[in-house]
Design a protein around this ligand. Structure first.
Ligand SMILES: [Zn+2]
Ligand SMILES: [Zn+2]
Length: 403
């Protein structure tokens, strides 16, 4: 046991330079959802050279699957998936630090690979899964739909944030696209001939803002006007908005969505505009943190020197949403958050800078070790999967009752 733990730690420590280079390469070339071609190539090239069986462009153009070891034996052995993300944000680059998520995934993969190789018996299978488009595109949802998680026992990843928590809430999220149609006219010469679609968009925004007083503290609704008209002297005939709607559970999200739709429709009535709206086809589920997995991860993280943030209030504030939430509804999963040297918030320019700084490296490598050691615990004690599965079934039942 101790020998294999050492193999994990050494397997990561021996590659600190290469791991840093990988995340630097991704950080310097930020690519948007489903366009992460350079990141995909950097990661798959490295994994091929590292002895993994690599399937490039796996199911999606910028997804990949890299495997090591075997699970379909008698008795069946555990199959563990470590997830990489590598998409960036428009205009602010790697402001969510997904270059570091990729690095954690590869680091964990190297550590696990070395432990599996060192073991005298077959311990099981490791998959490193490259999942594109977490920022809105829901790449993992497409991979789930294509059966990628069907034979998986456990999935894990780690995400950089200002603080370190083993289970920070991730909210269920839907997106609404709204389009108001009015009638264009000369804004000074013949304003009475027009129907102002910008007024409808502004009222919609304000209706939702007024409703905020009645929001539960855990609800989040935020939007932008993506088309607000063309010229001041033309009464806008078309305006468009995009909104995200988030709540801790799916049923609660649906209640909130109904309230938001009333705000949208009443703005149309007040201005005489017509309105069309639709939800995005991919809804993110709330994250179910598997209790047994979380405890294993916490123990291992502490053993390699990870310090968890001791802020009870902050612990309950949601990080946002992720398609990892959808993964957590099909296989037992964890999504710990880790401090990487900055107190700046995700999706800020300061966070982008920190995600590319050398200070982030020790924190990132420690997460790779924490995930790999957690996987090792499961490979060495496959009976743990029974408790992990029991937690999963219990959590799923709770969700069904709530629906
Ligand atoms: Zn993000
Ligand atoms: Zn993120």
């Amino acid at each position: 046991m101790e020998e294999l733990r050492e193999a994990v730690i050494n397997g990561i420590d021996e590659h600190t330079e290469a791991l840093n280079e990988i995340s630097q390469e991704i950080w310097k070339n930020p690519e948007l959802a489903f366009e992460e071609h350079s990141a995909h190539n950097v990661l798959t090239d490295f994994l091929e050279k590292s002895g993994f069986i690599v399937e490039s462009q796996y199911k999606l153009k910028t997804a990949f699957r890299a495997t090591y070891g075997e699970c379909d034996t008698v008795p069946r052995k555990p199959h563990i998936v470590v997830i990489c993300e590598y998409d960036a944000l428009p205009s602010i680059g790697h402001a969510c630090g997904h270059n570091l998520i990729a690095e954690v995934g590869i680091a964990a993969g190297l550590g696990i690979r070395d432990a599996l190789a060192k073991s005298t018996e077959n311990l099981g299978k490791l998959t490193i899964l490259g999942t594109p488009a977490e920022e809105g595109g829901g790449g993992k949802i497409e991979l789930i739909d294509q059966g990628v998680f069907d034979d998986v026992d456990v999935a894990m990843m780690a995400h950089p944030t200002p603080a370190t928590y083993h289970k920070k809430p991730l909210l269920a999220r839907s997106k609404l696209y709204i389009k108001y149609k009015g009638k264009a006219s000369h804004a000074a010469g013949f304003p009475w001939e027009g129907v102002n679609a910008l007024d409808a968009a502004v009222l919609c925004y304000q209706n939702i803002s007024c409703l905020r007083q009645q929001f539960k503290p855990t609800w989040r609704v935020h939007g932008v006007i993506i088309n607000g008209g063309v010229k001041p002297n033309i009464i806008p005939d078309i305006t468009e908005l995009e909104y995200s709607i988030r709540a801790p559970t799916d049923p609660e999200r649906k209640i909130l969505e109904t309230k938001i739709i009333s705000c949208i429709e009443s703005a149309a009535t007040a201005t005489g505009c017509s309105v069309e709206y639709h939800t995005a086809d991919k809804t993110y589920n709330a994250m179910i943190h598997n209790d047994t997995l979380c405890k294993l991860y916490e123990k291992n993280a502490i053993s390699v020197g990870v310090e968890f943030t001791n802020d009870e209030e902050d612990k309950t504030i949601a990080l946002g949403s992720s398609d990892m939430g959808n993964v957590s509804t099909v296989v037992p999963s964890i999504h710990p958050c880790f401090h990487m040297g900055t107190l700046a918030a995700n999706h800020t320019r300061d966070f982008t800078t920190a995600a590319g700084a050398p200070e982030a490296q020790p924190f990132t490598l420690n997460q790779g070790k924490s995930l790999a050691l957690t996987a090792l615990d499961i490979y060495l004690q496959p009976k743990l999967l029974e408790t992990i599965q029991a937690d999963f079934e219990k959590d799923k039942k709770k969700l069904t009752i709530m629906v």
